[in-house]
Design a protein around this ligand. Structure first.
Ligand code: GLY
Length: 369
């Protein structure tokens, strides 16, 4: 079962191929894009251990000489140190401008490798083979690449579009259930922000998706990528509509920052909570009917995601600290707080003038002190 979704970016257009057996057939997809039959595959030690040999064999089988670079798993690798190390290892391989780098992993590997590719000898092509549901529906598509600094996540980076994305659904078989729920948060985001019919389909099919039913995954990943591709083609550099993809991210990011960006709260979980909060805040602002917030929350919760601050920890969050994180968010413009808010399920918009006092009052309502 294969679905191909084009990302229409003119001379930089590329396909996102979604389906089963794609790692084993990677050579067929990748070889035609190469000037020289040679690639460097970047992966982390977890993914490399489970699937690295299979990918290298598939590439070698298609006559593509393959070097594998393994980096440590985890967000700490998405750093200046991690970038320096990866760049040095790419240089040591003697990779030339016309060669190709393959990012084979989750969001950390994709973001780091994409950024290294963006600056390696002033830019080298790369391919994404995302191995988490979250990376398949969000971070591997659209060309955002970045590393973190001690001042925040994804603050240093570049837009650098991949030449191809291969989203192999078979690889999700070994993904922990918690990671699957995290990916689901980004999937339901597309329904909540712009497609009510897709949202209704997800309400009815959440268990099929989380049980990794192939047909359900093809539909869920396919529709998510289709929506992202359409938005990115219209607004690649996030001057307008692409910001809608940040639904739930400003609220979620604030709580993530308070929790220290570790395993206690994963990004997808923060996005689940953040989207529920975006709906409730929109209700409080008189923008959205209360029943939509209740329905959105139930659908997020059905995937095992948190929807309330008290789902994260018993100790209350400090409202001023959360507001400060929201204000520091890189999407903040001039001093005014920018949020993605909603008029209804499937109808999100960017609000650039959110009042701090109203935000604080809302967070106190939500249980912050
Ligand atoms: N993850 C949001 C975006 O790609 O714009």
């Amino acid at each position: 079962m294969i679905r191909t979704i084009p990302v229409g970016l003119g001379a930089r257009a590329y396909d996102v191929v979604i389906g089963t057996g794609l790692v084993d057939r990677a050579g067929e997809h990748i070889a035609p894009l190469l000037k020289r039959k040679r690639v460097a595959v970047v992966s982390d030690t977890n993914v490399g251990e489970h699937h690295g040999e299979r990918l290298a064999n598939a590439l070698e089988h298609a006559g593509v000489a393959t070097d594998v670079i393994l980096v440590p798993p985890g967000e700490e690798t998405k750093s200046f140190e991690g970038l320096a190390d990866l760049s040095d290892r790419l240089l040591a391989l003697g990779l030339e401008r016309g060669d190709m780098v393959v990012a084979f992993g989750g969001g950390v590997v994709g973001d780091l490798t994409g950024f290294a590719a963006a600056i390696y000898k002033r830019g080298i092509d790369f391919i994404q083979i995302p191995t988490t549901l979250l990376a398949q529906v969000d971070s591997s598509v659209g060309g955002k690449t970045a590393i973190d600094t001690p001042r925040g996540k994804n603050l240093i980076g570049a837009f650098h579009q991949p030449r191809l994305v291969l989203a192999d659904l078979d690889i999700l078989a070994t993904l922990p259930a918690r990671e699957l729920s995290c990916g689901y948060a980004e999937i339901i985001k597309y329904g909540l922000l712009g497609d009510f019919a897709f949202f209704e389909w997800l309400e009815a099919n959440v268990h099929a998706v989380l049980e990794r039913d192939t047909a359900a995954l093809v539909r869920a990943v396919g529709r998510s990528v289709e929506m992202k591709a359409e938005i990115v083609a219209e607004d690649e550099k996030e001057n307008g509509r692409r910001a809608l993809l940040n639904l739930g991210h400003t609220f979620g990011h604030a709580v993530e920052a308070e929790m220290g960006f570790g395993d206690a709260l994963k990004h997808g979980e923060a996005v689940g909570l953040g989207m529920a909060q975006a709906f409730r805040f929109s209700v409080r602002q008189g923008l959205c009917a209360a029943q939509d917030a209740v329905r959105a929350e139930a659908a997020i919760k059905a995937a095992g995601l948190p929807t309330r601050l008290s789902d994260i920890r018993a100790e209350p969050f400090v409202a001023d600290a959360l507001v400060a994180h929201c204000a520091q968010d890189k999407k903040a413009e001039g001093g005014a707080l920018t949020f993605v808010l909603v008029r209804a399920i499937g109808d999100a918009f960017v609000a650039k003038d959110v009042d701090r006092a109203a935000l604080k009052a809302f967070l106190v309502d939500e249980g912050a002190v």
